[in-house]
Design a protein around this ligand. Structure first.
Ligand code: SF4
Length: 465
C-alpha cells in the first residue's frame, strides 16, 4: 500500500467519535462480548495452563517454521491437495484468478477470511469479471455497504439493526422499516442460499493448518464454509503461513481457547476439517507470506505471529471500543493490528502504536499470551527513531522531556501554569492546536503544587505530634 493515503488514527477516529450515541453503544456492545469471554474463561479451571500451552506450541511452531511448512506441504500433497506459495497479495490474487479461469468460474462464494481482505481479493476478482459473494452474515452486510469489516470476528459490529433493515430493504427487498433480527437473518438466509446453489467455486480462510496431517481446519458459526465447499467442486483455501500448528492433538488446545476468547462460546458452532479434496473435487491451499517471514526474524515482534485472530484484544481495548475498527485504516484493527500494521508499512501506520493507553488489558486476555502492550511500546520507540512522528508531536515530546528532566524547570513551569491558566480566555487553551482538549477539559488548577501540599501536611503533622 502506498503511504500517500496516510491519515493519522485520531483523524480517522474523529467521525466515529463525533456520533456520541454510536460510540457509546459500540463501546457497550464490545464490553458485553468481553464480559462473556471472562465468564467462559473463568469456567475453565485450567484456563491459564491452556494459555501457557498454546503460547509454547506457537513459539515452537515459529522457531521451526520452515520445517513445519515443508511437512505440511508434503502431507497435504499426499492427501491430494495442491499447495501454492505466494510472496505477496499480487501473487496470491494471480494464483486465485488462474485457478478460477482454468475452471471457467464466474461466481464464487467466500466464507470469512481476513487474509483475502489483506489481499483485496474481492475488488480484484470483480474487476476480472467474477462475482464474489461473502457468505458470513456480517461480511455480507459490510460487502453490500461497500465497506471493509470493522472487526475480525464481528465484521459488522459498528452497524445498528435499523441500518441493516434499510440495507436489506434496498438489496434483498425486505419490508421497509423492518428491523427484527430473526426476520432479517431469514431473508439473508434465502438470499445466500441462491448464491450457494449458483456458485462454481468456494473460497475459505483457514484457522489452523496441521503440519503432521496436512489437514486444514475452518471455524465458523454459520456453517457457511461447509456449504460453500460442499456444493461447488473447487475449494480454494487461503491462509497466512503463520497458521500452522505442529500436531493434530494441539488442535484441542486452540479450539478451546479460540471460541471462548472470541465470543464467550464454549465451542465454535462448526469446526470443519478438510483433509484433502472431497470426492471428485479439487482442494487448492494458497500459503501467503506478505512480510510474515520478515516479522519472524524480529526478536521484538516475532511473537505477534502466534495470533489466532480471536479478536479478544479488540473487545477489551478502551481505544478500539471508543474509536471503531475503521479508524485503524488497516485490515486487522485493534492492538494486534497496531503491531502488524507498522510491520507491513511503518510510515502509513505510524500512528497506530499510539492508539493505545498501555493499560495492558490486551495482553491479559490474549489466549496465546502475546505481550501486546510491550510490543506496542517498542513500536513507539522505533517510529520515533525513524522520525515518522508528525513534527508537532516530536516538538511537544522534546519540550516535555526537557521540562520533566529538570526539577527546577518543572517547578517553575508548574508555578507559571497555576497562575496563568485560570486567567486565560478559553479560546487560547481549547483551539485547533490542542487535540487533547477536543473531547475533555483540564481540571481546575490547584492553588499549590503537590510538593507544596505535601510539605504543608508534613509540617502540620509535625506540629501536632
Ligand atoms: S493478539 Fe491475541 S487477543 Fe488479539 S486477536 Fe490475536 S490471539 Fe486474539
Amino acid at each position: 500500500m502506498s503511504s500517500t493515503s496516510k491519515k493519522y488514527h485520531p483523524q480517522e477516529a474523529a467521525e466515529f467519535v463525533a456520533d456520541n450515541e454510536r460510540a457509546h453503544w459500540h463501546d457497550k456492545a464490545l464490553w458485553f462480548v468481553r464480559s462473556k469471554r471472562d465468564k467462559a474463561a473463568a469456567a475453565v479451571p485450567e484456563w491459564e495452563a491452556l494459555r501457557e500451552t498454546a503460547s509454547q506450541i506457537k513459539a515452537h511452531m515459529v522457531a521451526k517454521h520452515a520445517d513445519f511448512l515443508e511437512q505440511f506441504e508434503e502431507q497435504a500433497t499426499k492427501l491430494g491437495a495442491v499447495v501454492h506459495w505466494a510472496k505477496n497479495p499480487e501473487e496470491h490474487n494471480r494464483i486465485v484468478l488462474e485457478l478460477l479461469q482454468k475452471h471457467e468460474v464466474k461466481r464464487i462464494v467466500k466464507s470469512k477470511s481476513m487474509l483475502t481482505e489483506e489481499c483485496h481479493l474481492n475488488p480484484f476478482l470483480e474487476k476480472n469479471g467474477i462475482e464474489v459473494v461473502d457468505t458470513d452474515l456480517g461480511e455480507r452486510i459490510v460487502q453490500l455497504r461497500n465497506e471493509p469489516p470493522s472487526h475480525i470476528v464481528l465484521p459488522a459490529i459498528h452497524i445498528k439493526k435499523g441500518e441493516v433493515g434499510e440495507l436489506f430493504h434496498e438489496y434483498l427487498g425486505t419490508e421497509k422499516g423492518a428491523d427484527d433480527p430473526d426476520y432479517l437473518t431469514e431473508a439473508a438466509r434465502h438470499h445466500l442460499r441462491e448464491k450457494f446453489l449458483a456458485a462454481d467455486a468456494g473460497i475459505t480462510g483457514v484457522n489452523f493448518a496441521i503440519a503432521e496431517t496436512g489437514g486444514i481446519v475452518v471455524c465458523t458459526n454459520e456453517g457457511n464454509a461447509d456449504l460453500g465447499t460442499s456444493l461447488a467442486k473447487l475449494h480454494i483455501a487461503c491462509m497466512g503461513i503463520e497458521k500452522l500448528i505442529p500436531r493434530a492433538q494441539d488442535l484441542s488446545v486452540f479450539t478451546r481457547l479460540l471460541a471462548r476468547s472470541a465470543t464467550g462460546q464454549p465451542i465454535t458452532t462448526y469446526t470443519s476439517h478438510f483433509h484433502g479434496p472431497r470426492e471428485g473435487g479439487e482442494l487448492h491451499i494458497i500459503m501467503l507470506d506478505n512480510g510474515r517471514s520478515v516479522l519472524r526474524q524480529s526478536d521484538d515482534f516475532r511473537r505477534s505471529l502466534s495470533c489466532i485472530r480471536c479478536g479478544a484484544c479488540m473487545n477489551t481495548c478502551p481505544v478500539y471500543r471508543r474509536s471503531g475498527g475503521h479508524s485503524y485504516n488497516n485490515t486487522v484493527p485493534g492492538p494486534i493490528g497496531s503491531i502488524l500494521g507498522p510491520a507491513m508499512d511503518a510510515e502509513k501506520h505510524s500512528s497506530l502504536p499510539f492508539a493505545c493507553s498501555l493499560c495492558g488489558s490486551c495482553s491479559d486476555v490474549c489466549p496465546v499470551k502475546i505481550d501486546l502492550h510491550h510490543q506496542l511500546l517498542k513500536w513507539r520507540g522505533k517510529i520515533a527513531e525513524r522520525k515518522l512522528l508528525p513534527w508537532t508531536k516530536r516538538m511537544s515530546m522534546k519540550m516535555a522531556s526537557i521540562v520533566l528532566r529538570n526539577t527546577w524547570l518543572f517547578t517553575l513551569m508548574g508555578g507559571i501554569a497555576r497562575k496563568v491558566m485560570p486567567l486565560m480566555p478559553r479560546f487560547l487553551v481549547y483551539n485547533r492546536f490542542n487535540d487533547w482538549g477536543k473531547q475533555r477539559d483540564l481540571p481546575a488548577m490547584p492553588k499549590q503544587s503537590f510538593r507544596q501540599q505535601l510539605k504543608k501536611r508534613n509540617d502540620s503533622q509535625k506540629r501536632d505530634s
